[in-house]
Design a protein around this ligand. Structure first.
Ligand SMILES: Nc1ncnc2c1ncn2[C@@H]1O[C@H](COP(=O)(O)OP(=O)(O)O)[C@@H](O)[C@H]1O
Ligand SMILES: [Mg+2]
Length: 259
């Protein structure tokens, strides 16, 4: 068996007396697209902070290509839940911001940033400022900023959460194209179950208090994913399964609505 791209082994994190993430295992294959769903506060962003080395776990190990990277940064591309563009910088300067933060931006890096913008539909806008772009375009720039670092593994934390549903759908299609072309490994957090199924090879369902992996469901829809995938019977069946997992877990904490 080949070495997994990412292995999370018994990783946990407490904040004071509160366990944000109970001992968690997750193995991700090279080139896989994983979506994580779960209620607010179940530790999804904490898990990303641990994988990216922003935080160190209280226990456990994180391996990339079999190497221990626990608590170390610089091994993954990470698009934060609130990854804002800098309004005083142009699109191209926002795209190459990662290089600038690490030192200086070379001519070649700037050129690569422009090629990225061109290939993914923002070529005409590289000298524009974020305020003149639509919401979808701004999110694309934020994603290109992550892509510009050429990460093998990309962590995307609810990147389309603020977009309207039509823009969101076109962004999902765009992201699948990018993922296929770049052959990267993606872990994507979302609240939207349709989005998770549409994008993922496997959907990880997390449960609240303390956060843990409740179940992992494979998505058996063919690729490339088509819009018709969204209304297929296997899609609906899987959505029902995920809803059951999430709502059964909540049921004990909720009072009946009718009566
Ligand atoms: N740096 C921190 N310090 C203290 N508590 C935190 C910190 N980060 C997250 N938490 C808490 O940990 C829990 C999980 O948070 P988070 O990972 O952001 O959840 P999610 O992304 O799933 O909504 C929440 O209760 C949150 O308030
Ligand atoms: Mg979060």
């Amino acid at each position: 068996m080949s070495v997994p791209k990412l292995a999370i082994q018994k990783v946990s994190k407490n904040f004071g007396a509160m366990t944000a993430l109970a001992a968690t295992d997750l193995t991700v294959a090279r080139g896989e697209f994983i979506c994580i769903v779960g209620p607010s506060g179940c530790g999804k962003s904490t898990l990303f902070n641990l994988i990216s080395g922003v935080l160190s776990p209280d226990s456990g190990q994180i391996l990339i290509d079999g190497h221990d990277v626990t608590g170390k940064s610089g091994h993954v591309g990470y698009m934060l839940q609130k990854d804002l563009l800098l309004p005083w910088m142009t699109v191209i300067d926002n795209i190459v911001l990662g290089a600038r933060l690490r030192g200086s931006v070379s001519h070649a890096q700037r050129k690569e940033g422009a090629v990225l913008a061109e290939r993914y539909g923002l070529g005409e806008f590289i000298d524009h400022y974020p305020a003149s772009l639509s919401g979808g375009m701004r999110q694309r720039v934020a994603l290109m900023r992550t892509l510009a670092m050429k990460p093998d593994v990309m962590l995307l934390d609810e990147p389309f959460g603020a977009l309207d549903s039509q823009t969101r759908l076109s962004m999902q299609q765009w992201l699948l194209t990018v993922w296929a072309e770049q052959q990267s490994t993606v872990i994507f957090v979302t609240h939207d179950i349709d989005e998770a199924i549409y994008l993922a090879d496997r959907v990880v369902v997390m449960s609240p208090r303390p956060g843990r992996v409740q179940q992992i469901l494979p998505v058996d829809l063919p690729r490339p994913r088509l819009l018709s995938s969204l209304t297929s019977s296997s899609f609906t069946l899987l959505k029902r399964q995920i809803l059951d997992l999430i709502y059964n877990d909540h049921a004990a904490q909720e009072s009946p609505i009718n009566g």
